[in-house]
Design a protein. Structure first.
Length: 286
């Protein structure tokens, strides 16, 4: 019986503590990269050539900050957040590797660099350790748990898989990515953008767990990121290379994903409200 009590799907205090530690770094990084994308030579760990790259990375940071604040303050069930920890571990690991590969491109006498290096040399281990510790309390799905439909499940997995594949190709072959990408990249920024795309690994979680709760928070994070990316694209529109086919493919793709995310969020509002009502103690229900 004690083992059944342990599988209560709780979010551990250590998981919340890690979220509290990481969130401020992400917020500061967002302010610098999104608010001052043309000042990275002065403010960031290394000079970023394209403002679109700065703002893309910043969009991921604010999405991550939102995610970790939800873990810290709102979410109470592990199922709602565990996919996010997997994608963050991927992202942080790849950025740590990119830092080692391109060590000479960073400004080593700057505090921003040592904060960057300290975060990405430790975060992969801290996030992975938190996932394994909290996974011990993962509860099996309830029989009446809302599930994704087959089309929705495979759509989420397909988009996530495509994002991860794109990210890994960019990371493994940055010189090739530089020649086809919609805006100017260097080998370092190609790998950074590739790592950002690998955040799509969160969508692959539906292959093993098709509960609606698996994607609920991830959809909100996605909407935050896509909103910021579309605004960034308008701000940096002069940087896009319109003679490259991928510019138009990616533009249409991000617009479609934003529209789908927004429509999904609106459609799921009644479901979330119904769930809140059914989770009320019986003594408080009318």
């Amino acid at each position: 019986m004690s083992s059944h009590r342990a599988l209560d799907d709780r979010v551990l205090g250590t998981t919340r503590a890690l979220s509290a530690f990481i969130a401020p770094f992400l917020l500061v990084a967002f302010v610098i990269l999104y608010g001052f994308p043309g000042q990275t030579a002065r403010l960031w760990s290394w000079p970023i050539q394209a403002q679109m790259t700065s703002m893309l990375l910043a969009s991921a940071y604010l999405g991550g900050c939102y995610f970790f604040l939800r873990v810290l303050l709102v979410e109470r069930r592990w199922v709602a957040v565990r996919a996010g920890f997997v994608s963050v571990a991927w992202f942080a690991t790849l950025l740590g590797i990119a830092t080692v590969i391109h060590w000479d491109k960073f400004v080593h006498d700057r505090l921003a660099f040592w904060l960057w290096a300290g975060l990405y040399f430790t975060a992969p281990f801290l996030v992975a350790a938190s996932w394994f510790a909290n996974q011990r309390y993962a509860a099996p799905p309830a029989p009446d748990a809302p599930r994704l439909g087959r089309v929705a499940r495979w759509s989420v997995a397909g988009v996530g898989g495509l994002a991860v594949l794109t990210g890994l190709v960019m990371f493994a072959a940055p010189a090739r990515a530089v020649t086809v990408w919609p805006w100017a990249l260097t080998p370092l920024t190609a790998r950074v953008v590739g790592a950002t795309f690998c955040l799509g690994a969160a969508g692959l979680a539906v292959l093993t767990d098709d509960r609606w709760d698996t994607v609920r928070l991830m959809r909100r994070v996605q909407l935050v990121m896509f909103s910021l990316i579309l605004v960034a694209a308008v701000r940096a529109r002069h940087e896009f290379l319109t003679d490259r086919p991928l510019t138009w493919v990616m533009g249409a793709g991000f617009a479609a994903l934003f529209a789908a995310s927004a429509a999904s969020a609106v459609r799921d509002l009644p479901r979330g409200q119904a769930k809140s009502a059914t989770s009320m103690p019986s003594s408080t229900k009318p």
